[in-house]
Design a protein around this ligand. Structure first.
Ligand code: AHR
Length: 630
């Protein structure tokens, strides 16, 4: 590598690395959102077209089938535990606590036979319970006059042993809210929350919610701290939320509408996502703003521009009806940034945040394109700029660079790539050729997802090669985010992802280390450097050099299986070798723990990361390789 240290090019883009957060793979509900009860308000049930629920006003979308959920009509997350007793549980649509939460759970015990009968929730694939920790339970309940109302509420381990217990008396025949603090005397990664009685009678439960005290910063309705830390370790600078296709939905009814996601959680509506589960929207618009503030990130809100996911025909908002959607966007900006005296700013204050958040970016639509999108984009863009000229807008999406944005006012254009190994190597230098007078670029979603090596080190290396091209061209590529960020291992409907988790643990992919490495090692100025190495593939030269004071960062990706001379230059006396990967590029399903050194970092000095290869075939039953820091 030849570096001319006097050849200053341009400053680095401070916003180059950020987080793409989407409600996908249970990233939110059953993920970073701290709620431990699954199906807390009973609307998760897939309700057949011919509804069997008494008083039911809720139907699942036509033809809705989810490979992850129980059969239509069953009540996901909830179970009845009994022996000989005559008892059953039912969904009930009569007398809802409010119109947004139409269903509750009716528990009918005809004859208890003195047995202990329990209704329990299994959480999101187990409720993680830690010793000596406090859990805040709240629920609504009512009873029939003949039932005593005595319930024992317990956290239990898998064997049914009680870790925490409190008694509670349901006092009324109309809905009342109850709050109970449970402190655990034991540990169980996959526990349950149970309501038990040995008496006959009927009672109802609704909006059963359980949060650990130890959410991130101990916020109420808060986030899971270990997952927040995983995200923070990536050294991101912004948060794009809430998707992804999640924003668009698979129909107008399932589109993201932020106004339904703020305020008292028990008044919010839940909705089906196109990622095959129902979101509670407990992690709502306000919580996303709070998340970004707590993590020190700039905010990027992706708004639905009236188009559903990937242009499903017949499911769009007609352009003449867009006023309401445009107004929704303006109100979202006012909610985030407006003064306390404004309508939506005052609501933000009432929801606990008098000071404005600082929403910086609005992305108009997600993965929308073509004439239908362009017409909508223009309307949204003009509305934002007329009222909030300081907001930076993002256009999506580049399919044919340059042609779609012609004649439109575009500040930044979002580009998505889900491609294979060869693609990322082949196009590592594509940004070298972009028009410097065109819009800036946000590589909003990318990941090597196709073919051998996806989700493994091989894929991560190809992404790294592509990223050198982004880094080298930070004058136009101003932002990027790998996608998706999170996946619950029990509900993964997109692979690969950066961070995998169950209720208690998380593991990260090789791509995570690439992201972390690149984002952690930043400089001030991008400077010229040239590769002069015989042994590279002729099309491949993924290098970038960034200088910061006396320190230079060189990011150079060696895809060959041989050591390569990394650099030799006049001002740097040392010579560093970028050594080959130990072993070959890894294969999916390779057994047992093994030590490798990721040498792709190629930093000044030798900072190889030690990682261990987790046996993907046994422990996690996943079809890709997961890694953990040694
Ligand atoms: O990242 C997963 C999905 O990929 C996103 O929801 C969508 O924008 C893209 O198609």
């Amino acid at each position: 590598v030849m570096m001319d240290i006097n050849a200053k090019k341009f400053p680095v883009s401070p916003s180059l690395y950020g987080l793409f957060f989407e409600e996908i793979n249970r990233a939110g509900d059953g993920g970073i959102y701290g709620e431990l009860v699954r199906n807390r308000s009973f609307e998760d049930t897939i309700i057949p077209d011919r509804c069997h629920v008494e008083g039911c006003q809720l139907h699942s979308p036509a033809g809705w089938v989810s490979p992850f959920e129980e059969a239509p009509g069953s009540i996901p997350g909830w179970h009845l535990r009994k022996d000989e007793a005559k008892a059953d549980i039912y969904l009930d649509g009569k007398d809802p606590i409010n119109s947004e939460n139409p269903l509750s759970l009716r528990v009918e015990i005809e004859d208890a036979f003195n047995e202990r009968i329990s209704i329990y929730n299994e959480g999101f694939f187990g409720i993680p319970v830690k010793k000596d920790e406090r859990y805040f339970l709240s629920f609504f309940a009512k009873k029939e006059s003949t039932f005593s109302g005595n319930l024992e509420i317990t956290l239990e381990n898998k064997k049914g042993e009680i870790l925490s217990s409190k008694s509670c008396q349901i006092a009324s025949e109309s809905w009342q809210k109850y709050e109970v603090v449970l402190e655990s005397e034991g540990e169980e990664p996959e526990g349950i929350l149970a309501f038990s009685t040995n008496e006959r009678g009927t009672f109802w439960l609704e909006f059963v919610s359980l949060f650990p005290q130890k959410t991130f910063l101990e916020r109420e309705n808060g986030l899971r701290p270990d997952l927040v830390r995983r995200a923070l370790d990536l050294k991101p600078t912004f948060l794009r939320f809430p998707g992804g296709c999640f924003v668009e939905g698979f129909s107008v009814e399932t589109a993201y509408r932020w106004k339904k996601t703020i305020g008292d959680v028990t008044q919010r509506s839940s909705h089906w996502t196109l990622w095959q589960y129902r979101t509670t929207n407990g992690l709502g618009y306000h919580e996303y703003l709070q998340m970004a503030e707590d993590l020190g990130l700039d905010l990027m809100y992706v708004v639905n521009c009236g188009l559903t996911c990937q242009g499903r025909p017949g499911e769009h908002v007609p352009i003449e009806d867009l006023d309401e959607w445009i107004q929704d966007m303006l109100d979202a900006i006012e909610y985030a940034n407006g003064p306390i005296t404004s309508k939506w700013g005052s609501l933000r204050a009432a929801n606990g945040h008098p000071k404005p958040f600082y929403l910086k970016y609005i992305e108009i639509g997600n993965e929308n394109f073509g004439p239908a999108y362009n017409a909508r984009y223009k309307l949204f863009y003009e509305a934002v700029k007329a009222k909030y000229p300081e907001i930076i807008t993002i256009f999506n999406i580049h399919w044919e660079v340059g042609t779609e944005t012609a004649g439109l006012p575009v500040e930044i254009v979002d580009e998505h790539f889900y491609a294979d190994y060869d693609y990322y190597l082949m196009y590592h230098d594509m940004y070298d050729f972009y028009d410097r007078n065109g819009p800036k670029v946000y590589v909003g979603e990318y990941a090597m997802i196709l073919g051998d090596g996806a989700g493994a080190l091989k894929g991560a290396i190809s992404e790294a090669a592509f990223m050198t091209g982004m880094e080298r061209n930070q004058d136009i590529v101003v932002m990027s985010s790998y996608a998706p960020l999170f996946a619950n291992i029990h509900h993964t409907n997109w692979t690969p992802n950066l961070i995998y988790f169950n209720g208690t643990n998380s593991y990260v992919s090789p791509s995570y280390y690439v992201q972390k490495l690149f984002a952690e090692n930043r400089g001030d100025i991008v400077i010229e450097c040239k590769v002069e190495t015989e042994s590279r593939f002729s099309y491949f030269k993924g290098e970038v050099s960034i200088r910061q004071k006396e320190l230079s960062y060189i990011k150079d990706i060696n895809i060959s299986s041989n050591d390569q001379l990394l650099f030799k230059s006049e001002d740097l006396t040392e010579t560093h070798a970028l050594s080959r990967l130990e072993g070959d590029l890894l294969k999916i399903g390779e057994p047992s723990w093994k030590e490798y050194t990721i040498t792709m970092n190629a930093l000044l000095g030798e900072q190889g990361l030690k990682v261990r290869l987790l046996d993907s075939t046994k422990e996690w039953q996943q079809n890709y390789i997961l890694w953990e820091l040694d």
